[in-house]
Design a protein around this ligand. Structure first.
Ligand code: PEP
Ligand code: MG
Length: 326
């Protein structure tokens, strides 16, 4: 079975009715590029940069960051590489007990996390933005911002990017002037008021891991409530569908980069909702590709629409089975 999947590595990912679907990989360290390419990834849809803090070392310098980002940009050889700014302050914080940001409080998922922390630490943010911009000279780099909720946060981020660009220009350091800047949709408010994002950003990426956590008020790392963490909750599906269709109408690229994107039982539903870009753990990629190759959007779209009108969990599950049985 593994070998059969491996043969799909070079196959173009498109549906039976000829719709192209981008399958990208999520990576955590530069060494993961090899596995992404091995799986036939057409790009990196999410590069989680928190790895730079593994082991609890000091704040990584601009050059250290630049080297790491450039390694990935070069390794992907012209394919898109989406670098996400630090998502520190919550479950991915490598050393919560001795957090160097003493303002991270007791409810970190709702506290000074991700972009909120970056905006509160402008020196750290500038260092990272400069490093990412410098790497953009060596590949097709895109910048992705986690945990946005407010228009003002987007505006402040874009201003910070401008500041980093102008300092690099002053130093005659090359970078991609038109590096796209995108935002993660992982807070329900962002999904509901997605117009704020569409008007300001070049692309969107839906982080379903956090979107589910915040929509259902389920701590994603608390096993006591993990049975309530339900990607098929009608509220989650409504937010996903609304985000995808709004982006499509605005002509704005949108991907899903949470675990859902690598779950083959969800592939057809997401295709039916209009999703054309998925980013996942490289280990899932060929399986998802196989499902894409066996799907007909002309068939999945009407079933997805019908599913979205259901509210009862049993009905939703029944519709999912119909979709997957096509
Ligand atoms: C997400 O929240 O779905 C996501 C992709 O980001 P992370 O898992 O790194 O929080
Ligand atoms: Mg997230």
């Amino acid at each position: 079975e593994r070998n059969k999947l491996k043969r799909l590595k070079t196959a173009r990912s498109r549906t039976l009715d000829g719709i192209s679907v981008d399958l990208h990989a999520n990576i955590e360290v530069p060494a993961d590029v090899a596995g992404a390419l091995e799986a036939g990834a057409e790009g990196i849809g999410l590069f989680r940069t928190e790895f730079l803090f593994i082991g609890g070392g000091d704040m990584p310098s601009e050059d250290q960051q630049f080297e790491a980002y450039r390694k990935v940009a070069r390794g992907m050889d012209g394919r898109p590489v989406t670098i996400r700014t630090f998502d520190l302050g919550n479950d991915k914080d490598p050393r919560p007990e001795e957090n160097q940001f003493d303002r991270v409080k007791t409810n970190p998922a709702l506290g000074l996390r991700a972009i909120r922390l970056s905006l509160a630490e402008p020196a750290m943010f500038q260092t990272q933005l400069r490093a990412i911009l410098r790497a953009s000279h060596y590949g097709k780099v895109k910048l992705l911002v986690p945990m946005l909720a407010h228009a003002q946060e987007i505006d402040q981020t874009l201003a910070a990017v401008e500041q980093a660009k102008s300092s690099l220009r002053g130093e005659k350091i090359p970078f991609d002037e038109s590096m796209p800047v995108g935002g993660m949709i992982e807070i329900p408010a962002a999904a509901l008021a997605v117009g704020l994002f569409l008007r300001r950003l070049d692309f969107l990426s839906i982080g379903t891991n956090d979107l589910i956590q915040y929509t259902l008020a389920i701590d994603r790392s608390d096993e006591e409530v993990s049975h309530l963490y339900d990607p098929l909750h009608p509220a989650v599906l409504m937010l996903l569908a609304h985000t995808i269709s709004s982006a499509e109408k605005a002509g704005c690229p949108v991907s899903v980069c949470g675990e859902l994107a690598g779950d083959v039982s969800m592939t057809r539903l997401l295709l039916g909702m209009g999703l054309r870009q998925f980013s996942m753990h490289p280990g899932q990629l060929l399986e998802v590709k196989q499902r894409v190759l066996m799907s007909n959007v002309a068939d999945t779209a009407p079933l997805a629409r019908r599913l979205l009108r259901c509210e009862e969990p049993a009905k939703i599950r029944e519709q999912i089975e119909r979709l997957n049985g096509l």
